[in-house]
Design a protein around this ligand. Structure first.
Ligand SMILES: Nc1ncnc2c1ncn2[C@@H]1O[C@H](COP(=O)(O)OP(=O)(O)OP(=O)(O)O)[C@@H](O)[C@H]1O
Ligand SMILES: [Mg+2]
Length: 173
């Protein structure tokens, strides 16, 4: 007889690890992840310079069907990409220069509300967690130190109630 599945501990994030072999695969992962997202979701993208955070965010934008390619926002902290259909807009935040955390975010005067948007944040550690207890943390690691190597290890962890019932393993398929 099979042992019953252990009851899921809500404090324990649901985690999946995926190996990505190229920038195109990273975009594809973003397109797949977009299918799991809905308005109010917060996705935090972590990883060193050039890890592939913006590349993943570009795939998210494609999957969500929003206007404009997601690029590195050099002079702006946040950019709103409205939906081309009736879906949620994508708010792409580069928190690198965001010193004041959430307050500064609110001062950005975006013409969309964050609960109505899918919010994707690069460099958000320690700055945007208070936006919501529910968040998807995505960490991208280079497989080797060599910056020309295209292999990345991506760990996705869903924190909070929102993610308890989401099967992230579909992303690995
Ligand atoms: N598997 C991969 N996934 C994503 N990008 C890759 C991969 N392999 C190579 N690259 C290259 O690495 C670079 C990643 O750049 P990207 O802007 O996405 O990184 P980033 O993490 O957003 O950097 P930053 O910290 O400057 O914001 C691109 O030039 C991309 O072509
Ligand atoms: Mg970037």
């Amino acid at each position: 007889m099979e042992a019953p599945a252990a009851p899921h501990d809500a404090a324990d994030p649901r985690t999946v690890e995926i190996t990505v072999n190229s920038p195109e695969q990273m975009r594809e992962l973003g397109r797949k992840l977009a299918k799991l997202l809905r308005a109010g979701d917060l996705v935090m993208l972590s990883g060193e310079l050039g890890a592939g955070k913006t590349t993943l965010a570009r795939g998210l934008g494609e999957g969500l069907g929003v206007r404009g390619a997601v690029t590195s926002p050099t002079f702006v902290i946040a950019r709103v990409h409205p939906s081309l259909g009736d879906g949620a807009p994508l708010v792409h935040v580069d928190a690198y220069r965001l010193s004041g955390g959430l307050d500064e975010m609110e001062d950005l005067d975006l013409d969309v509300s964050l609960p109505d948007s899918v919010v994707v944040v690069e460099w958000g550690e320690g700055k945007v967690e208070e936006l919501t207890e529910d968040r998807l943390q995505v960490v991208i690691h280079r497989a080797v130190g060599d910056t020309t190597d295209e292999v990345r290890h991506v760990t996705l962890a869903g924190l909070g109630e929102r993610w308890q019932t989401v099967d992230l393993s579909v992303l690995a398929a």
